[in-house]
Design a protein around this ligand. Sequence first.
Ligand SMILES: Nc1ncnc2c1ncn2[C@@H]1O[C@H](COP(=O)(O)OP(=O)(O)OP(=O)(O)O)[C@@H](O)[C@H]1O
Ligand SMILES: N[C@@H](CCO)C(=O)O
Length: 325
Amino acid sequence: MAVYTEVSDEALRAFLADYDLGELLAFRGIAEGVENSNYALKTSEGGDFVLTLYEKRVDPAELPWFLGLMRHLAAQGVSCPLPVAGRDGIALRELAGRPAAICTFLPGVWPRRVRQEHCAPLGAALAALHGAGEGFRAERPNGLGPRAWAPLLERCRAGGDAVQPGLVAELEGHLEGILRDWPRGLPRGHIHADLFPDNVFFLEEERGTPRVSGLIDFYFACTDYLAYDLAVCLNAWCFEPDLAFNVTKARALLGAYQAMRPLSAAELEALPVLCRGAAIRFLLTRLYDWTHTPPGALVTRKDPLEYLRRLRFHAAARDVGAYGL
Ligand SMILES: Nc1ncnc2c1ncn2[C@@H]1O[C@H](COP(=O)(O)OP(=O)(O)OP(=O)(O)O)[C@@H](O)[C@H]1O
Ligand SMILES: N[C@@H](CCO)C(=O)O
């Protein structure tokens, strides 16, 4: 459930008076997502939009960077939400006491069950995203990169072993190895950093071939190793519901990505540790939410232990051969 801030009909109509979008025809809260409040809007002049009210976990000072990146990517042909400016040219505004922006609504649906056929289009879309990011000059450090992981684990220390006995010690062991092996000097650029299935929309083409129709939720985007984005996707897309790794999906994802941007020898060599890093990043943020969210809160907590299974898989991977290459 992700409508934390309620917006009244009157407040929304007053807000829209500053745009050239005509009359409000319909609006509804969107239940998905965990970070921000989202509403779908229909207006008489513009069609369909998404109104986002940025909740506590997004730093308002960073919003111009995210919106600027989305504007840049859209101008480069990436299908991503395009921030819509008011009549004064400003897209980032305030509504119900929160920073707020209207963006274009993207067609398609995200895959509830990832099939092998989704993975090649995903790889191509990721490579296109990385190419399109070139030329956006401002950088944003990855606030959930390697330097953040030890402090996050520390904050989970008190509650971690209640989730699974021995969890904190096991994670300390993994983290030490990840930080020791973390690569230096890989190609960098702007990465999405959270490209999970619920952030990628598809339209089904004839004969069941899916086509990516849009990428959303750029609020973890940052400037980091490009191959780390692939590691995030390998974790999020290539494990089955029983947490078995699906090497065919990985091969499709990596093959389509490499057809557009071949990985260097150093990136290939680093892939297993990048995957370990991506797994511990999501494990730790999930563990933090799991141990710090009061029962009955609106936020849907995600299972951190799914990422422990992934982490163990990557830790056992000797080299890139484990990913089908
Ligand atoms: N531009 C868009 N076009 C169409 N639907 C959108 C758009 N932006 C958001 N949505 C819808 O809103 C839902 C939640 O959006 P989003 O994933 O950005 O939420 P969030 O709370 O910011 O993020 P998180 O996934 O991190 O919880 C999406 O699953 C999608 O259904
Ligand atoms: N994609 C994240 C949540 C929100 O970014 C996860 O699954 O843990």
